[in-house]
Write a protein that binds this ligand. Structure first.
Ligand code: PMV
Length: 312
C-alpha cells in the first residue's frame, strides 16, 4: 500500500522575525511543491530517499542521534510504526530549493506527516499540521509554526503566535523570487536577532509597533487587491529588516534590482542569505525577471497556491 501527499512552499510577505516576538505575520503559499510517497515494507526498517541524500535506519532511535537533515521524516515514520509490525519507505521529490527561505522544510514536514500517517489512518488537516510542526521542531525547536500552517491550508494567511486565519480574498499578483545562493540556517539568524533585541529592548519594541501597523495596512491592501500600494509596504518592511541586521550587501544589491522595476522588494524568511522577492503584476513581471537574469541571478516567478496540502 502506498500513500502520496504534496504540500506547497511559501513566501513570508510581511513580519518575519517580528512574528517570533508576537507581531502578526502574513504568509502566502506558492506554486512550487514537495511530493512525498510513503509505503509500508516487510522489513522493520525506516528507509528515506531524497535528492539531498538517503537514510536507512532501525526504528526506536532517539531523534537527537540522527544527524541528517532527513531527521523529521525519521521522526514521523518512527512515531507511526510504534507497536506495528512494519517498516516504512519514504521517497521525497521537490521543486522547492532547500535552505533559502521558501519553506522547503515545512512543506516536507507537512507532506511527510500526511503521506506517512495516512498509511495507518485517515488524518484531518488539523492533525497533519500538529504532526508536521512536531516534525519540524526536530530541526528548529523554536519554529513559530507559521510556515507549516500556510503550506497546510494554502492561500494567504495572517499568523500570530499559534493562531492563524486564512484570508478570503484571492489577490492576483506575481512574485519574482531571486536566490542569493548564500546558505544560512533560520536558527542562527533568529539567534542573531535575539542578541540584537537584547542590546536595545526599547528600540526593538518600537520597531515591533511599527511592524504591527505596517501589517494592518498591508492586510487592508491585500483585501482590496491594491497591488501597487502593497509594494510600498513591502519596501517599508525591508527597511525594518535592515534595521535588525538580517540584510547584507548582496541582498541589498538584489533588493535594488527588484525595486527598480517591481512594486517593491524584500527578503523573505530569515535573511542573512536565502531569497528575496519582488512584487509584480502582468505589467512589470517580464522586465523584473529580465533585470535579475541580466545580472546572472537565479530567479523565477511564482503565483499564490490556493490548494495547500493535497493527497492522492
Ligand atoms: O527562513 P525561513 O523560511 O525558515 O523563515 C523564518 C521565519 C522567522 O520568522 C525568522 C522564524 C519563524 O520561526 O517564524
Amino acid at each position: 500500500m502506498k500513500s502520496r501527499a504534496s504540500a506547497p512552499g511559501k513566501v513570508i510577505l510581511f513580519g518575519e522575525h517580528f512574528v517570533v516576538y508576537g507581531v502578526k505575520a502574513v504568509l502566502c503559499a506558492i506554486n512550487k511543491r514537495v511530493y512525498v510517497t510513503a509505503e509500508k515494507t516487510d522489513q522493520k526498517k525506516i528507509v528515506i530517499k531524497s535528492d539531498i541524500g538517503e537514510l536507512t535506519l532501525e526504528p526506536d532511535k532517539t531523534v537527537s542521534e540522527i544527524k541528517s537533515p532527513l531527521r523529521p521524516f525519521y521522526y514521523l515514520a518512527d512515531k507511526m510504526i510504534k507497536n506495528q509490525d512494519t517498516g516504512i519507505k519514504v521517497i521525497i521529490e521537490s521543486d522547492i530549493p532547500p535552505g533559502v527561505g521558501l519553506g522547503s522544510s515545512s512543506a516536507c514536514c507537512i507532506a511527510g506527516a500526511s503521506a506517512i500517517s495516512r498509511l495507518f489512518k485517515d488524518t484531518s488537516r488539523e492533525e497533519v499540521l500538529k504532526l508536521g510542526v512536531e516534525a519540524e521542531k526536530t530541526i528548529f525547536e523554536d519554529t513559530s509554526g507559521a510556515d507549516c500552517a500556510v503550506c497546510t491550508y494554502g492561500g494567504i494567511i495572517e499568523y500570530e503566535k499559534d493562531k492563524f486565519q486564512k484570508i478570503k480574498t484571492q489577490p492576483d499578483f506575481h512574485l519574482v523570487i531571486a536566490n542569493s545562493e548564500i546558505k544560512r540556517t533560520t536558527e542562527s539568524v533568529v539567534a542573531k536577532v535575539r542578541r540584537h533585541k537584547e542590546r536595545d529592548e526599547g528600540k526593538f519594541s518600537a520597531l515591533c509597533d511599527k511592524e504591527s501597523r505596517l501589517v494592518s495596512d498591508a492586510l487592508r491592501l491585500i483585501n482590496e487587491n491594491r497591488v501597487q500600494e502593497l509594494g510600498e509596504k513591502v519596501a517599508e518592511n525591508q527597511e525594518y529588516l535592515r534595521d535588525i541586521n538580517v540584510s547584507n550587501d548582496i541582498l541589498e544589491e538584489m533588493i535594488k534590482i527588484g525595486q527598480s522595476t517591481s512594486f517593491g522588494a524584500k527578503i523573505t524568511g530569515a535573511g542573512g542569505g536565502g531569497c528575496i522577492f519582488a512584487l509584480a503584476d502582468e505589467s512589470n513581471l517580464g522586465n523584473t525577471i529580465k533585470q535579475f537574469r541580466d545580472k546572472n541571478y537565479d530567479c523565477f516567478s511564482v503565483k499564490i497556491d490556493f490548494k495547500g496540502l493535497d493527497t492522492f
